[in-house]
Design a protein around this ligand. Structure first.
Ligand code: G3I
Length: 378
C-alpha cells in the first residue's frame, strides 16, 4: 500500500462562511487581532527583529520544532540556516521512514537521519524521531510480508536497530503513526495497514514495548491527525483514537505522549467543546501532549496573500488557544518552516492556481502572521 495523499481528496468547500468567520472572530481577542492583522505579503522589518521562536522555549517551557528534508538531500543552505535560527527541534520529513532506513531486509541506510543528527548537534538542536511504524512509506518487501511471525520479526529488528542507534539523540519518538482510519471500515476504526492485517491491534503495544526496551528514557508517542472539526469524520476519529488510547493504558503499554499532528483546514469550523473534552480525556489518561505537524491549508480561502495569511494565522491562534486551555504541549512543531518547501503545495491546489501558504515563513523566508501567532503561544 502506497501513501498517495488520497485521504485528503474530496474535502468540501467552506460551508457557512459568515458563521465560521463570526466564530473565529468571537474567539480572537484584541491582542490576537493585532498579531494577525492583514499585512502586505512582504517583509515586515519590525517582525524580523523579534527574538526567534527557539529563544522563547526557555521562558515558556515549550520547544519549537519544524520538519524538513535531510541537509544531504535538500541542499538549501539558506533554509537550513533559518531552521537553525528558529527551531529547537528538527523532524526528518521522510528520511527516518522505513522505506529509507531499511530498504531491503536487514540492510540499513542511515545517511539521511545521521546528517540531521549532525546538523542538529552543530546548532544545539535535537531530532524528533519520525516514524517507526506506519502504513505508508514502507518498502515493497515489508508490504509483501505474509505471516504474523514475519511481521513480528521485522518489527523487532527494525525498531531495535533504529531506536538503539539514536538513543540519547532524539527528543521523542513517533513510534506508531496514524493507526486509525474509520474510512477503512475495520472494527474500532483501526487502519487497514500491513501491521493490522498480520498482527491485529496488538502491533501497537508490541511496537511501544520494543521501542522502550531499546531506549528506556526517550518519550514515546502515538501520532495521529484529524480531531479538530465539527465534521462527522473528526467525530469518529476522536472516539476511535480515545478508545485505543484507553485500551493501551489498560494494558500498561509504555506510551508517554500523544502527538496531535494538527494539519489544519482553514475553511473548517473547530468543535471547541468536543475538541476540549477530547483533549481533557487524553490528558486524563496520563498522556502528555505534543503538537507535531502543524500547518494550515488555505486552498479554499479566497482573497489576496495578505487576506489568506491573516485567515491562516487566526485559524492557528484559535486552535492553539483551545489546546493550551487544556494543557501545555511539550513542543509545538510545524510541518516545514517555509512555504517554499511544504508537502501541501504538492498535494493541494487552489482554484486560482496560486501556491498554498501554510507555514510560518513565506517562500522568501520572511516571517508571516502565523509566525506571530506561534511567538505569542510558544
Ligand atoms: O521516493 C521518491 C524518491 O525516490 C524520489 O527521488 C523523490 C522525488 O520527488 O520522490 C520520493 O518520494 C517522495 C517521498 O516523500 C520522499 O521524499 C514521495 O513522492 C512523496 O509523496 C513523499 O511524501 C511525504 C509523505 O509524508 C510520505 O512519506 C511528504 O513529503 C511528507 O510531508 C509526508 O509527511 C506526512 C507525515 O509523515 C505523517 N503525517 C502526514 C504528513 C503529510 O502527509
Amino acid at each position: 500500500m502506497r501513501y498517495a495523499g488520497m485521504r485528503y481528496a474530496g474535502m468540501g468547500h467552506a460551508g457557512n462562511e459568515p458563521t465560521r468567520r463570526a466564530a473565529v472572530l468571537g474567539l480572537a481577542g484584541a491582542a490576537l487581532a493585532a498579531a494577525t492583522r492583514a499585512v502586505p505579503a512582504q517583509a515586515d522589518f519590525a517582525l524580523e527583529l523579534l527574538p526567534s521562536l527557539r529563544s522563547r522555549a526557555q521562558a515558556s517551557g515549550i520547544k519549537y520544532g519544524c520538519a524538513g528534508a535531510a541537509p544531504i538531500v535538500q541542499q538549501d543552505p539558506i533554509l537550513q540556516e533559518k531552521i537553525a535560527a528558529e527551531a529547537n527541534i528538527f523532524i526528518p520529513e521522510g528520511h527516518l521512514k522505513w522505506e529509507f532506513t531499511e530498504p531491503r531486509p536487514n540492510e540499513f541506510d542511515f545517511a539521511g537521519p545521521d546528517s540531521i543528527v549532525d546538523f542538529a548537534a552543530r546548532h544545539d538542536m535535537i531530532m524528533h524521531g519520525h516514524t517507526l511504524v506506519w502504513y505508508a512509506a514502507i518498502p515493497d518487501w515489508v508490504a509483501r510480508l505474509m505471516t504474523a511471525a514475519d511481521a513480528r520479526r521485522a518489527l523487532e529488528r527494525h525498531i531495535g536497530t533504529v531506536v538503539s542507534r539514536y538513543r540519547g539523540k532524539v527528543w521523542a519518538w513517533d513510534v506508531v503513526n496514524e493507526p486509525i482510519e474509520p474510512k477503512d471500515s475495520l472494527d474500532n476504526g483501526y487502519r487497514n495497514s500491513i501491521w493490522q492485517r498480520l498482527l491485529g491491534i496488538d502491533h501497537v503495544d508490541l511496537a511501544f514495548r520494543l521501542a522502550r526496551a531499546a531506549d528506556p528514557a526517550t518519550p514515546l508517542c502515538l501520532n495521529e491527525y484529524g480531531f479538530e472539526y465539527t465534521t462527522a469524520t473528526s467525530q469518529s476519529r476522536r472516539a476511535d483514537i480515545l478508545a485505543l488510547l484507553q485500551k493501551l493504558r489498560d494494558r500498561n503499554t509504555p506510551i508517554d505522549c500523544f502527538g496531535l499532528q494538527s494539519h489544519l483546514d482553514c475553511h473548517r469550523t473547530f468543535d471547541r467543546k468536543e475538541l476540549t473534552a477530547f483533549l481533557r480525556s487524553v490528558v486524563g489518561l496520563g498522556y502528555g501532549l505534543m503538537i507535531t505537524e502543524l500547518d494550515v491549508n488555505d486552498a479554499e480561502i479566497p482573497g489576496n496573500e495578505a487576506t489568506r495569511d491573516a485567515a491562516v494565522a487566526r485559524h492557528a491562534a484559535e486552535y492553539l488557544d483551545i489546546v493550551l486551555s487544556v494543557a501545555r504541549p511539550r513542543s509545538v512543531s510545524t510541518w516545514g518552516l517555509s512555504d517554499r518547501s511544504t508537502w501541501m503545495r504538492q498535494y493541494f491546489k487552489r482554484a486560482d492556481g496560486k501556491p498554498l501558504r501554510p507555514l510560518p515563513l513565506d517562500a522568501n523566508l520572511d516571517r508571516k502572521p502565523l509566525w506571530s501567532v506561534l511567538a505569542k503561544y510558544i
